[in-house]
Design a binder for this molecule. Structure first.
Ligand code: GRF
Length: 225
C-alpha cells in the first residue's frame, strides 16, 4: 500500500552564541518522525560556542560567522542572510544569540524569526531576568517564545511557559527550572509554526486548534498552615 503523502519539513536554522541547550532541544524534537521542521543549519557568531558540538554530533551544517570581520552590522547580517539563503532556510530560531538584529534584517525575515526569552514577556525584557524576578518578589516566572521585532525582546507571542518561584530559590535554581521549561516550549513553538498553525493578526498570534490548559495556579499554596 502506498505511504500517505507527507508534507515536506520546513527548513529551520538555529542561531546561537553559547551553550546551545535550546538548540539541542530543537534538534531532538526535529529528530522525531512526526516533526514538521528540520534543523538544516546552525550559525554561531562565536567560534568557541559549546553548542556547535551539538550541531556536529547531529551532522547538521554549522557556520561560524565572525562579527569582527565586518565594520558594520549590515555586512554581518548580509552574511547571515546569505548563509540562510544558501541553505534554503524558511524559519530562523534565535537560541541564546547575543546580537541585536537590525530593523532591516527583521523586516526581511518578518514572522519567520523566533526567539526564546527567559521571562514572561513583556515583563523583564533584557538580561539577568532570574535575579530580577527574585528581586521583584515574583511568585511566578517563566519563558516566552515570540516572533522577533526590531524592539528588544518584543513581538507577537507564540508560546509561554510558567514556573513557580520557590521561597528558597536562588537565581541559579530559578534559571535551571525555567531552562527545563524552555526546552519544552521552544520545540512546541517551532512545531506550531512549521506545521502552519500560526498566523499573526494585528500583532497577536492566533494558533489554529490551540487547546488551553485547564489550570489556575496560586503561589504560595493556600491551606498549608
Ligand atoms: C536561554 O536562557 C534563552 O532563554 C536565552 O539565552 C539562553 C540560551 O541558553 N535567550 P542555551 O544556549 O540555549 O543553553
Amino acid at each position: 500500500m502506498a505511504e500517505p503523502a507527507r508534507r515536506a519539513r520546513r527548513r529551520a536554522a538555529v542561531l546561537i552564541s553559547g551553550r546551545g541547550s535550546n538548540l539541542q532541544a530543537l534538534i531532538e524534537h526535529c529528530a522525531t518522525p512526526a516533526a514538521s521542521a528540520a534543523i538544516a543549519l546552525v550559525v554561531s557568531d562565536q567560534p568557541a560556542a559549546a553548542g556547535l558540538a551539538y550541531a556536529r554530533a547531529a551532522g547538521i551544517p554549522a557556520e561560524v560567522l565572525d562579527r569582527g570581520r565586518h565594520a558594520g552590522r549590515e555586512g554581518f547580517e548580509a552574511e547571515i542572510t546569505a548563509a540562510l539563503e544558501n541553505h534554503d532556510i524558511e524559519i530562523v530560531c534565535l537560541a541564546g544569540f547575543m546580537r541585536i538584529l537590525s530593523s532591516g534584517f527583521v523586516a526581511r525575515w518578518r514572522d519567520r524569526v523566533l526567539n526564546i526569552h527567559p521571562s514572561l514577556l513583556p515583563a523583564l525584557r533584557g538580561l539577568d531576568t532570574h535575579r530580577r524576578a527574585l528581586e521583584a518578589g515574583l511568585r511566578f516566572h517563566g519563558c516566552t517564545v515570540h516572533f522577533v521585532r526590531a524592539e528588544l525582546d518584543a513581538g507577537p507571542i507564540v508560546v509561554q511557559g510558567v514556573a513557580p518561584v520557590r521561597a528558597d530559590d536562588t537565581a541559579d535554581s530559578l534559571a535551571a527550572r525555567v531552562l527545563t521549561l524552555e526546552h519544552r516550549c521552544y520545540p512546541h513553538a517551532l512545531e506550531l509554526v512549521a506545521a502552519g498553525r500560526v498566523r499573526v493578526e494585528a500583532e497577536r498570534v492566533v494558533v489554529d486548534g490551540a487547546a488551553t490548559p485547564d489550570v489556575m495556579l496560586i503561589n504560595p499554596l493556600p491551606g498549608q498552615g
